[in-house]
Design a protein around this ligand. Sequence first.
Ligand SMILES: Cc1cc2nc3c(=O)[nH]c(=O)nc-3n(C[C@H](O)[C@H](O)[C@H](O)COP(=O)(O)O)c2cc1C
Length: 362
Amino acid sequence: MSWRSPLLTSIPPHVVAAADYMALARERLDDAAWAYLDGAAADERTDAANRAAFARLDLQTRVLRDLRGGHTRCQLLGMALPHPLLLAPVAHQGLFHPDAEAATALAAGVMQTPLIVSTLSTLGIEAIAAQTSGPLWFQLYAQPRWEDSLRLVRRAEDAGCRALVLTVDAPVAGVRNREQRAGFALPPALAPRDLQDCAPLPPGQPGTDPVFDRLMAVAPRWEHVEALRQASALPLLIKGLTHPDDARLALEAGVDGVIVSNHGGRTLDGLPASLDLLPAIVQAVQGRVPVLMDGGIRRGSDVFKALSLGAEAVLLGRCWVHALAAAGALGVAHVIRLLQEELALTMALCGCRDLSEVRARA
Ligand SMILES: Cc1cc2nc3c(=O)[nH]c(=O)nc-3n(C[C@H](O)[C@H](O)[C@H](O)COP(=O)(O)O)c2cc1C
């Protein structure tokens, strides 16, 4: 990889919000890596909708309440966390920083923030785990050979991961026009380490359909969720739900949590904003398992809004990757701190002492 300007080694005083890292990341990355990071599917309407939905929702203050002893702490799947923020799984971090996921893991550990390690990480799960004392979760993309998926799960368990996240909304890649226009291709040196021992997708056969006979032939189905449930004692979450009926099926399959997500608008353009999808899924789940969400979060007040609509916690995506590209572990830790502080300030100004009071705003 070649970077266009050096990494920051301290935070410039004008960087005071997560969004300030965006321009710094843009300066540093070449056009192709930027298209991969910042781009979304097709006309990128869903990605824009994710952010617009937060902008549309207004906050309400309540004043003069006794908020002494207030905090942003929460319990999630048996884990005590300082705040309801997790780092979403992000593939190929070697594109953004020479230390790739090791830098992210360092920051996540310092901030005691769960890091969801992508199947498509540049570094192997063991190398990432070695960099952090914080909670790691493992995100699984089911592999063409089911045994390979199970082997990845075992490695994640052995590396100390504390939950599994099965991503179900990307059995085929989105129409990534921005990447195509920029000529993005993953440099061979950055091929994901954990997939080196996994069988590749079988080649297409003449006269067969490349989507249905090739990609969808090996795509996971509900029976695989149940198989995964049986195969591991770790809490299992499904990421990429947008329909309440799928949330009900996920409960039947025995999942421990659902993540409302449209993949940051990177798979199917035309989906509604995650925030707009959240209430119906919260209602379908009826408090039986935690509902998490991601997509478009750039501010602590966005986190407040998602929680007020019933999310138990949120995943941060592009906002910390911008910081990783600009300033490595320091940047990622700074973004987490900014969002936590903004969440605390929003809670104080809205008269909420803890996250249960935020959720009661629904
Ligand atoms: C560069 C990039 C790579 C991603 N890689 C993965 C991945 O490997 N697995 C996955 O489940 N989601 C992946 N996602 C989606 C994120 O986990 C998350 O759903 C999304 O970024 C949230 O939207 P936001 O970026 O607007 O916060 C990726 C997102 C980005 C921006």
